[in-house]
Ligand binder design. Structure first.
Ligand code: ATP
Length: 507
């Protein structure tokens, strides 16, 4: 539910299993069985919300280490509580619940897990999670609040694990922290999910059945070498079946969502106003007090030699970076400091200098990510994803995995994904770079057609023919400051600009 789509490998299973088991042990004598389960769910949810809020900004190895440490941290806290407050470590559990009842309760819980997982994958949150797993930065710029989505699903999965722990607790008559917070549980769950294929709902089941049987045999036959064999199985699965059994046989389930571009109103007032904006990295002023305004409906160029601060400026406009100083207004709203997904939802979309598509998602799904959380209309749109794909020239590629596209087609896809936000302003970061002359001609026509739809464009570009053909006005940046502004012909004839590009002539 969580690790599969997001690819955040979580070893926190033992922590929540232990929380559930220990909550049942502590409340066993005072609360009824349903209330014990509810309490376990509540405690698990609260701990997951607190730890998730503080750690889901971590990714990769840092998140794995944290999640592994969480079980140990909670175990130590419980031991401290038992020693200092309860005055004895461990609890006896006397329950009249039979093993058969526990079995059926676990079956019901498994059914609920699958129902929740099924509903999740069918909801927009399912696609949002997969988008986050494929490329979290691109997902944020598609309007997805990655932190909130991850936190929500982390809490839901933690609740299921806590209730599992609580149901399992009566199987032991005595529980101590070492039993409840056994780290091996986390590894076993990850291995099972990996074997079957963590990316699908049914995958983990395919892993659970053979591995549970194998673990039974191994604990009986090789009790002292169990961990070694488990480690070898782990390595073997990662090397041989990186996407699990299901990844070998499954053709990805796809669906189409609807998204669109609406024609924004044009007005003579500036749509974007940048005032004295600056960004420093340590001692380096990458952008230094830049001011400019972009009128609704125009194509505005940002040019300048390498390293002059153009991408840094675009990153600040799109929310990837927070300006060190200055103000950015988009349609009257101050947007500096806003999270990337909020800026995207306001209708300011972008493409990236180094193209960012979500390779495992289909072309259509990539575009659909932008329609997930766009205003109250969600995925409902006047134009379909298909129409957007036709517009950028990918009409017959909707069901192909984005990772199979050529570089140029990936750029087209990025543009379609940006357009699916129904943006009023699109930031293009060297979108025309690397195109051959024919592709360049098509690309220029495509950008011009966006303006005809009323979309305002800010483009960073090194291809001067495109700047001349497309831009109404532009600024030239050098060493973080604007050194010229005006029409393309004016600025490209400016001696200061020529010097900035070519350097001072030799004396
Ligand atoms: N995250 C960062 N940390 C430190 N320095 C950075 C960072 N991002 C950019 N810079 C520096 O800021 C300066 C401006 O970089 P930026 O990428 O904005 O330039 P650019 O005009 O877009 O260049 P190019 O045309 O090559 O893409 C460069 O000196 C770069 O090394």
């Amino acid at each position: 539910m969580f690790s599969g789509p997001t690819r955040y490998v979580s070893l926190a299973t033992a922590a929540f299993f232990g929380i559930g088991a220990y909550t049942a042990a502590v409340t066993g004598e005072t609360l009824s069985w349903p209330l014990q389960l509810l309490t376990a769910a509540g405690v698990g949810a609260v701990v997951a919300a607190i730890t998730g809020l503080s750690t889901l900004r971590l990714s990769g190895i840092y998140f794995i280490i944290f999640s592994f440490g969480l079980a140990e941290l909670i175990r130590q806290l419980v031991i401290w509580y038992e020693v200092n407050i309860h005055k004895s470590v461990g609890r006896y559990l006397f329950s009249d619940i039979t093993q058969e009842m526990l079995y059926w309760q676990l079956c019901a819980l498994a059914g609920l897990v699958f129902l929740a997982g099924f509903l999740l994958t069918r909801s927009r949150y399912g696609l949002a999670l997969r988008a986050i797993g494929a490329d979290e930065t691109a997902a944020r710029h598609s309007g997805i609040d990655a932190t909130a989505v991850k936190l929500g699903v982390f809490v839901v999965s933690a609740v299921f694990m806590s209730v599992t722990g609580a149901i399992m607790a009566p199987r032991w008559t005595y529980i101590d922290p070492a039993i409840a917070f056994n780290p091996m549980i986390s590894f076993q769950v990850v291995i099972m999910a990996l074997l079957g294929g963590a990316g699908s709902l049914i995958g983990p089941v395919l892993g659970v059945i053979p591995l549970v049987l194998l673990f039974e045999v191994l604990t009986a036959a090789l009790p002292n070498h169990f961990s070694i064999v488990l480690g070898l199985i782990f390595i073997g699965i990662v090397l041989a079946l990186p996407r699990g059994v299901i990844g070998l046989v499954e053709s990805t389930w796809r669906r189409e969502r609807r998204a669109a571009v609406t024609k924004p109103e044009t007005s003579s007032a500036p749509l974007l106003v940048v005032e004295n904006v600056g960004k420093s990295f340590g001692g380096l002023r990458a952008v230094d007090k830049v001011s400019l305004d972009v009128r609704a409906g125009e194509i505005f160029g940002v040019i300048g030699p390498n390293g002059s601060g153009k991408t840094t400026l675009l990153n600040m406009l799109s929310g990837a970076l927070v300006p060190s100083v200055g103000t950015i207004r988009f349609d009257g709203t101050i947007i500096n400091g806003l999270a990337a997904h909020r800026i995207a939802r306001l209708g300011l979309a972008r493409t990236f200098q180094l193209v960012r598509v979500m390779p495992d998602l289909t072309v259509a799904e990539n575009v659909a990510t932008s329609a997930l959380f766009r205003g109250s209309q969600g995925g409902v749109a006047a134009e379909s994803i298909h129409e957007l794909l036709v517009l950028v020239g990918l009409g017959d590629m909707a069901e192909s995995p984005a990772g199979d596209l050529t570089y140029i087609d990936q750029k087209r896809l990025e543009l379609a994904r940006a357009l699916a936000l129904r943006p009023r302003l699109v930031l293009l970061d060297e979108w025309l770079a690397g195109l051959n002359p024919t592709e360049l001609e098509t690309g220029i026509k495509l950008i011009a057609s966006l303006r005809d739809r009323g979309i305002t464009i800010v483009m960073v570009e090194h291809v001067m023919d495109a700047i001349r053909a497309l831009c109404d006005r532009c600024v030239v940046m050098s060493a973080g400051v604007v050194i010229a502004r005006g029409t393309p012909d004016e600025v490209l004839a400016d001696p200061t600009v020529i010097t900035a590009y070519l350097g001072e002539p030799d004396a």
